[in-house]
Design a protein around this ligand. Structure first.
Ligand code: 13P
Length: 250
């Protein structure tokens, strides 16, 4: 039986005082949840703060990107070993905003994925199609390409140590959620694709849905057989909303 996982992606939001208030409330409200794992992925400068606030709690933390390199002359980049020093469990990789705005290729994402696995971090690999791609009927093709790049580089076994997040680009920050059936169909496709390489890895793979998950739609999404939780943007910045979404997974 797969456990549910709810991860907040703060994106480029946060300030010291706000983070503290948010996390103190979320920590208190999720204290008694036993069936759901919760985490927040925060901007790099706040990792130390979040580590002190969440140490000893049920909530894990992580980053939203990292370099594929261990160290070196890479101005502005952050290495996997640095994330480890701040207690990160997770790192989001290949988010559509990274792919679209910072032009991260499937190959670069695969390199980062490989590097995260080697460093003992749990990558949250984001995949998903744009609206044009969905309308063009190539959703599965796009998701397969993004997934296969990682499997080709690291092998299917690496997915046993990773999380996949299906985030249709058209549903991110738009208030347009994929219907539970639309999401389920792609989640099932992802699981089948992995199963073709390794059935056991596929059966254990945690596949999150992301894209306008809110307290009022989380339970319905999480009830689907292949949806193992959520990757939450906007609603993860509102303590009560994030706690309510975690509760839906509990
Ligand atoms: P929203 O929940 O704000 O749509 O963002 C989803 C997302 O991109 C999470 O990574």
């Amino acid at each position: 039986m797969r456990r549910k996982l709810v991860v907040g992606n703060w994106k480029m939001f946060g300030r010291l005082a706000r983070n503290q208030a948010l996390l103190e409330t979320v920590r208190a409200e999720t204290r008694n949840f036993t069936n759901v794992d919760c985490a927040v992925c925060v901007p790099f400068p706040y990792l130390s703060q979040v580590q002190s606030l969440l140490n000893g709690s049920r909530i894990a933390w992580g980053a939203q990107n990292m370099s594929q390199h261990e160290e070196g002359a890479y101005t502005g980049e952050v290495a996997p070993g640095m994330l480890q020093e701040f207690g990160c469990k997770y790192v989001i990789l290949g988010h559509s905003e990274r792919r679209a705005i910072y032009l991260e290729s499937d190959e670069a994402v695969a390199e980062k994925f490989e590097s995260a696995i080697k460093s003992g971090l749990t990558p949250i690999l984001c995949v998903g199609e744009t609206l044009a791609e969905r309308d063009g009927g190539i959703t599965e093709q796009v998701v397969a390409r993004q997934l296969d790049a990682v499997i080709a580089k690291s092998g299917v076994q690496a997915l046993a140590k990773a999380v996949v997040a299906y985030e249709p680009v058209w549903a991110i920050g738009t208030g347009k959620t994929a219907t539970p059936d639309q999401a389920q169909a792609v989640h099932a496709f992802i699981r089948q694709r992995v199963a073709a390489a390794d059935g056991k890895v596929a059966a254990g793979l945690c596949i999150l849905y992301g894209g306008s998950v809110k307290p009022n739609n989380a339970a319905e999404l999480f009830a689907k057989v292949d949806i193992d939780g959520g990757l939450i943007g906007g609603a993860s910045l509102v303590a009560e909303d994030f706690a309510a979404i975690c509760s839906a997974g509990n």
